[in-house]
Design a protein around this ligand. Structure first.
Ligand code: UD1
Ligand code: CA
Length: 461
């Protein structure tokens, strides 16, 4: 069996944040989540997360996940270091399992890489295998020391390294695979006798080697994957790489993204072929978009389901469903629990909330449709307001198929407009409108001929 220990106890001082580092988000998800996803996809069956700084916040965020937590005591009086962190999971390590050590603040690690590390470890029957990378600038990382035959001897921390060792460009990623029994035995032997006075997990490699155990090093292909996040600048760096990865996946699936650098798609979004995404789009949560859609500039679509051939321009859609062939925006707002049928047109400055609208209906301009059920082929004129709130509670209204609501009408809920009902422009409707009926609810027009003359107004000319 493969199990993981994910280190996430560190304080992350350089983030200068009230929240734990691993909860900072990359493409909308906490960075620890990416590590857990990669781990699960790499056939790791059990994950144990070592928490410490603001531990409860991390536990709470991941309470629905099937993971074990171990809490590392934090504070001046306690030891520190990656080795000490792993020791917290001593009871969790199974003798006969492969134990993969990961960091919660290294979100770009891919499942394929973890798989390759485990395979390499098993194929060579190693007791410990470290994932390494070649970096142009290895500053700060532990260096990989190999013998003349190229076998790994040990890992030396930057702060403990000699002048000569500092020139080595092969670095320790901090990711390892160990045989459970060997890891446990070696953990019992590490000390904090080093420049930082910390317990180093890297010493496990040295100890195994000294004991004549088999130790290997697997070089990663894409060194971007091991970038850690220690600051907001590095957070943005990782965000950019993740954003491109997500966007490239969609492009490879047949989606056009006009400018991938300026398009923000969260990892769980699904988009159909031949859809086109314009710059500034933010597509978040569990949104599903069908084929042949246009998601225009600066749209925000969150946890929504969009059908085929839908065109959306500069609009915000949250927790709603839009069926095939609709056109939305610019500047429309679909608030939670709205459901648009097929071929509906929602125009500029129209807000829809907690409402259903039937096929082929239209609300072209400046309307508020809240808490309503609107049928098919309904026309909602400019400036129509569904008056859903009386200051104390909200009520629903019903507008049946083929009804026509004239411009600037108010429908005071609860009210029903029956099939083919017509509401005259400017009416405030407080009573139901019958089938095929025209309702006019406004003051009758009075014309006073010659009024301006009588008032002497024309003399000003
Ligand atoms: C570590 C490695 C170094 C490697 C580098 C890769 C050691 C001694 N050094 O260095 O060789 O090149 O990672 O990034 O292992 N953590 C805890 N508890 C602790 C200390 C750390 O949970 O007591 C966690 C941190 O939150 C972080 C991870 O372990 O996620 C790595 O810790 P960090 O202090 O960044 O390690 P480095 O000194 O950078
Ligand atoms: Ca680090």
């Amino acid at each position: 069996m493969n199990i993981s220990i994910i280190l996430a106890a560190g304080e992350g001082t350089r983030m200068k944040s009230k929240i734990p580092k691993v909860l900072h988000r990359i493409c909308g998800r906490p960075m620890l989540e990416y590590v857990l996803r990669a781990s699960n996809k790499a056939n790791i069956e059990k994950n144990c997360v070592i928490v410490g700084h603001l531990a409860d916040m991390v536990k709470d965020e991941f309470k629905d996940w099937d993971i074990a937590f171990r809490t590392q005591p934090m504070g001046e009086e306690y030891p520190y270091g990656t080795g000490y962190a792993v020791m917290q999971a001593m009871d969790y390590i199974e003798d006969n399992s492969n134990v993969v050590i990961l960091y919660g603040d290294t979100p770009l690690i891919r499942d394929e890489t973890i798989k390759k590390l485990i395979d390499y470890h098993e194929e060579n029957n190693y007791d410990g295998t470290v994932l390494t990378a070649h970096l142009e600038d290895p500053t700060g990382y532990g260096r990989i020391i190999r013998d003349q035959k190229g076998h790994i001897l040990k890992i030396v921390e930057h702060k403990d390294a000699t002048e000569e060792e500092l020139n080595i460009k092969e670095i320790n990623s901090g990711i390892y695979c160990f045989k459970g029994k060997d890891l446990k035995d070696a953990l019992g032997k590490i000390t904090n006798d080093n420049a930082q006075g910390e317990y180093y997990i890297t010493d496990v490699i040295t100890i195994l080697k000294e004991e004549g155990k088999r130790v290997g090093a697997y070089v990663i292909e894409d060194s971007n994957e091991i970038h850690g996040v220690n600051s907001r600048v590095q957070l943005a760096f990782c965000e950019r790489i993740m954003r491109n990865r997500i966007n490239y996946r969609h492009m490879e699936n047949g989606v056009t993204i006009i400018n991938p650098e300026n398009t923000y798609i969260e990892p769980d979004v699904i988009i159909g072929k031949d859809s086109i995404i314009y710059p500034g789009a933010i597509i978040a949560g569990r949104t599903i978009i069908g084929e042949d859609c246009i998601i225009g500039e600066n749209c925000r679509i969150e946890n929504s389901k969009i059908g085929k051939g839908v065109k959306i321009y500069s609009s915000t859609i949250t927790e709603s469903t839009v069926d095939d062939g609709c056109t939305i925006g610019p500047y429309a707002h679909l608030r939670p629990n709205s459901h648009l049928g097929k071929n509906i047109r929602i125009g500029n400055f129209v807000e829809v909330k907690n409402s259903t609208i039937g096929d082929n209906s239209k609300a072209g301009h400046l309307a508020y449709i809240g808490d309503a059920d609107v049928g098919k082929n309904v026309n909602i004129g400019c400036g129509v307001v569904f008056v859903n709130y009386n200051g104390r509670f909200k009520s629903r209204s019903l507008v049946e198929d083929n009804a026509f609501i004239g411009s600037n009408a108010n429908l005071v809920a609860p009210v029903v407009v029956k099939k083919w009902g017509y509401v005259a422009a400017g009416s405030t409707i407080t009573e139901d409108v019958g089938e095929g009926c025209l309702s006019i609810a406004r003051a009758k027009q009075v014309n006073k001929d010659g009024w301006a003359e009588r008032k002497g107004l024309k003399e000003r000319e």
